[in-house]
Design a protein around this ligand. Structure first.
Ligand code: NDP
Ligand code: PYR
Ligand code: MG
Length: 769
């Protein structure tokens, strides 16, 4: 079993089996809540809905609830593996719906091998859902199922493999043709696959102007020709040709577009030689495409190449479509997803790839170059603008075509709401990972190189191309553990090692420690012992000497001890007025991303120190592509108390306004005022912060750390951090509870810091020369 397969099994199994759970949106805190949520109070919304069914949108979660339904007959390219085995894919689609567009999903795998059973079962679900997303149902049954459900149901029914795929393919084709200066009416298209996805793509291309006589369809039985008896049906009929051609080889000559929605390896490289100038290769079978991009590129350097996978440029995958087309459809109460809405989605996606690179795009793609061209025919699935462009376009098309029950009345306000969702969606690490990859193999030293979590993280860091790891640890221990955990990385090949018991740099490290800390009680003898026994000291010395670009430590032992060593050896960044370090923590929860400071370092900072650490925190937050909004928190709400700590935070707010006038900041205020504009406005409607604050600044270590750990536990949030601020070089001290995933996150962040710091230093030297 491959390492990725093993990791996927582990991922699905722990900490809880599967990828989904149900969350209650109302607190049931007391007897009265219970009486409202359930009997007797619940009777009121029941009767209201009985009188006016439209009110189900107001009193239940139906309007934001989609069923992802499969019978498991064509699961990805895995074939008919049955409904139970399809469940991980359907749970996966549910997670994508939630993450990318905030839509709740019940995944419904049904044991319904016949069309009739499928249609009866799904249509009976109409009272539960605002929409139906059919998934991985084989052709030709899927066409019949969809047709009958659309006729019976009064909510959107959308077969993702057909229409989601067709929309993305159409956007990619339109953009590729523009790039190749070809007209859709003139092009020859050859498909491999005549199933759900392929036929829907061809149908949509025909409605965009492609000529049926220029389209050639092939499947496992070869060309769809007149008189063929095997596996023919009325959906393939329009593409049948009166011809002697029988195979893909017979028809590929002169093709402008190869549309692969079939199986791995079907397109042999030698066939590419016969295609037209600047051909478009859509090799979209999952998980393995019809031809691998590098093979296609070698055979035809002028080709534009797309796959369904995230590890190559031009990912043509329906994930770019289904979250957003449903977002638009649900938000306007659409009764169907019609041709106009699909066309609006095609145009929005195609246009997005051609847009001038904006700030938002630059952040989303940090490191990559999002300029329209052969390697950027369509946006990446992580482009935050997808929801902002597709959902409004779809909702508008629904309104003009007459299927919207609740047309969007205030479009700018709607787009603003979507914007807020993008910010809260928790995809916050994505730009950091892209930037880390683009930073070209910065080196990261891990003080706790023998720890299982570090070894696992190092493997991911290497596989993802985030950094080049250096592990501090004993070679024999690391070798044994790598073997025990089944990890493939190899010492000396994939990662370097610093052996604390025997390293050629030992003497240099001791000398450097004495040089740096001789006045802090470190004798030559003491330094020798420390360098042998304290891995954080070794990591910090390596960083100081330039043997690495950044360091990660703190998996064992007390934070304070690590901090002392990092402060002593690395020290504070030059130019800081108050050279005390501070720590920023990020919590990613269902309700969004919030930063807390100072969560780990300074026990009782002064107003000046608080202002300075807020500026540093704001700088760090911008690395995530997020504009910081800093609220200085207190038990006092805009002057309601005059206690010493309230006065301190008031003063810090004033200093901050002075030293960072462009930063959206205010204080002192309560935590709930910071997070809710409505509550804030009740007390003080003139605050400099608009909307929700995302950086919470606390008066002391007690309050910051307690708030962080409590919020983390109560909201089951992911903690990224602590991010050590103010150091001269990127050094992060993690906590003993950190997971392997947390180490990978912090590595990516440290690499980006190192890259930006070195780029700035390079620029300064360049300026000086
Ligand atoms: N990138 C994306 O967004 C998407 C990718 N896909 C991928 O497309 C593929 C097809 O999915 P879907 O249409 O839903 O499935 P279907 O089962 O409906 O269709 C599969 C089609 O591929 C044909 N086929 C299978 N093997 C071969 C082969 N060796 N040579 C030629 N044709 C072959 C089948 O032919 P026959 O009928 O003769 O067996 C059939 O026409 C899958 O790999 C899937 O993962 C699907 C949807 C979206
Ligand atoms: C992407 C997708 O839906 C599929 O491969 O089936
Ligand atoms: Mg699918």
């Amino acid at each position: 079993m491959s390492e990725l397969d093993q990791a996927a099994l582990f991922f699905h199994r722990y900490p809880k089996p599967g990828k989904l759970e149900i969350q209650a949106t109302k607190a049931l805190g007391n007897q009265r809540d219970l009486a409202l949520a359930y009997s007797p109070g619940v009777a009121a919304p029941c009767l209201a809905i009985k009188d006016d069914p439209e009110l189900a949108d107001d009193y239940t979660s139906r309007a934001n609830l989609v069923a992802v339904v499969s019978n498991g007959t064509a699961v990805l390219g895995l074939g008919n593996i049955g409904p139970l085995a399809s469940k991980p894919v359907m749970e996966g689609k549910a997670v994508l719906f939630k993450k990318f567009s905030g839509i709740d999903v019940f995944d419904i795998e049904i044991d319904a091998p016949t069309i009739e059973r499928m249609v009866d079962t799904v249509s009976a679900l109409e009272p539960t859902f605002g929409g139906i997303n059919l998934e991985d149902i084989k052709a030709p049954e899927c066409f019949e199922v969809e047709e009958q459900l659309k006729a019976r149901m009064n909510i959107p029914v959308f077969h993702d493999d057909q229409h989601g795929t067709a929309i993305i393919v159409a956007a990619a084709v339109l953009n590729a043709l523009e790039f190749a200066s070809k007209k859709i009416e003139d092009i020859k298209i050859v498909s491999s696959g005549a199933g759900a996805a392929a036929l829907a793509c061809l149908n949509l291309l025909v409605s965009l102007g492609a000529q049926i006589e220029n389209i050639w369809v092939t499947d496992r039985h070869g060309v769809a020709y007149k008189g063929r008896l095997d596996e023919m049906d009325r959906w393939k009929d329009p593409y049948v040709k009166d011809t002697d051609a029988r195979t893909l080889t017979d028809v590929i000559g002169g093709a402008d577009v190869f549309l692969g929605l079939s199986a791995a390896g079907v397109l042999k490289p030698e066939l590419l030689q016969h295609m037209a100038e600047r051909p478009l290769i859509l090799a979209l079978a999952n998980p393995t495409p019809e031809i691998m991009p590098e093979t296609a590129r070698a055979a035809r350097p002028d080709a534009m190449i797309c796959t369904g996978r995230s590890d190559f440029p031009n990912q043509v995958n329906n994930v770019l479509c289904f979250p957003y087309i449903f977002r638009g459809a649900l938000d306007c109460g659409a009764s169907a997803i019609n041709e106009e809405m699909k066309m609006a989605a095609v145009r929005a996606i195609a246009a997005l790839a051609r847009e001038e690179p904006s700030d938002v795009a630059a952040r989303a793609y940090s490191g990559e170059t999002p300029t329209f061209g052969p390697d950027f025919l369509i946006p990446s699935p992580f482009d935050p603008r997808l929801i902002l462009r597709i959902a409004p376009a779809v909702a508008e098309a629904a309104a003009t075509s007459g299927v919207a029950r609740r047309p969007i009345e205030d479009m700018p306000a709607y787009i603003d709401r979507l914007n807020r969702f993008v910010f809260r969606s928790g995809l916050v690490m994505k730009p950091v990972f892209s930037a880390a990859k683009a930073a070209q193999e910065k080196r990261v030293v891990y003080a706790d190189g023998e720890d299982e979590r570090v070894l696992r993280a190092a493997q991911v860091v290497l596989e993802e191309g985030i950094a080049k790891p250096i592990l501090i640890g004993r070679p024999h221990v690391i070798d044994v553990r790598l073997k025990r955990y089944g990890l493939k990385i190899r010492r000396g090949v994939d990662f370097d090692l610093i052996n604390p018991e025997d390293d050629p740099r030992y003497r240099d490290y001791v000398d450097l420690l004495v040089e740096l800390a001789g006045r802090r009680g470190f004798t030559q003898e003491g330094a020798r012992t420390t360098v042998r026994t304290d891995n954080t000291v070794i990591a910090a010395l390596a960083l100081k000497r330039g043997d690495t670009d950044c360091m990660i430590c703190g998996l064992e032992g007390r934070f304070e001890r690590h901090l002392r060593n990092v402060s002593l050896i690395i020290g504070a960044r030059k130019g800081l007025k108050y050279p005390d370090l501070s720590a920023l923590s990020m919590l990613i929860s269902q309700s969004g991303v919030t930063f807390f400071t100072d969560t780990y370092v300074t026990v009782d900072p002064s107003a000046e120190e608080i202002a300075e650490m807020t500026v540093l925190a704001a700088e760090e937050i911008r690395r995530f592509g997020i504009e910081p909004k800093a609220a200085l928190l207190s038990h006092s709400n805009f002057g309601s108390r005059d206690s010493p700590s309230a006065l301190k935070m008031r003063e810090a707010a004033a200093i901050l306004k002075e030293i960072a006038p462009d930063l959206e900041s205010d204080g002192e205020m309560h935590g709930d005022s910071a997070l809710s504009e409505a509550l804030r406005n009740r007390v003080y409607p003139h605050s400099r912060i608009k909307g929700e604050a995302n950086l919470l600044v606390f008066p002391n270590l007690d309050s910051a750390n307690i708030a962080l750990t409590t919020a983390k536990q109560m909201t089951d949030a992911l903690h990224v951090g602590p991010i050590l601020l103010g150091t001269d070089k990127p050094a992060h001290i993690l906590t003993p509870s950190v997971t392997s995933r947390g180490i990978v996150n912090m590595t990516a962040l440290a690499v980006v810091e190192a890259h930006q710091q070195q780029a700035r230093a390079g620029q300064t030297i360049g300026d000086a020369i």
